[in-house]
Write a protein that binds this ligand. Structure first.
Ligand code: SF4
Length: 118
């Protein structure tokens, strides 16, 4: 995992990212999310981190500020064929609604938007 050498959390207490609660709705997890948000927010490898956590099925910890519940939801959406703009890091079509962004090439509209605008 070469991306880890560039992680903004490299010198941070790992316990912040592994709160002692499995309950995503708990105050403990909420506090941990607030604490790590600025760290993950400026992390240059957040996309790689989230992709790795999704691809390896990490069921514990806060990866790229996502909880296990967040990641399960992203994985379910992936299985349903919904592209994820963060995890996939593909350029998204600016013409699609944010709810269902489609990949595009070089910032161009996706095929569906081109067809709709024709
Ligand atoms: S996104 Fe957050 S958890 Fe992931 S490597 Fe960066 S700082 Fe660490």
């Amino acid at each position: 995992m070469g991306w880890q050498t560039h992680a903004a959390c490299r010198d941070t207490d790992p316990e912040l990212f592994f709160p002692p609660s499995e309950d995503d709705t708990s105050t403990i997890v909420a506090r941990a999310r607030i604490a790590i948000a600025p760290i993950c927010g400026r992390c240059p490898v957040a996309t790689e981190c989230l992709r790795w956590a999704l691809d390896t099925g990490q069921d514990h910890g806060l990866w790229a500020a996502t909880t296990p519940t967040d990641r399960r939801a992203i994985r379910r959406a992936r299985l349903a064929g919904v592209p994820d703009p963060v995890a996939d890091a593909e350029p998204m079509c600016s013409g699609c609604a944010l709810l269902f962004p489609m990949p595009s090439v070089d910032g161009a509209l996706c095929a569906a938007c081109i067809e709709r605008s024709a």
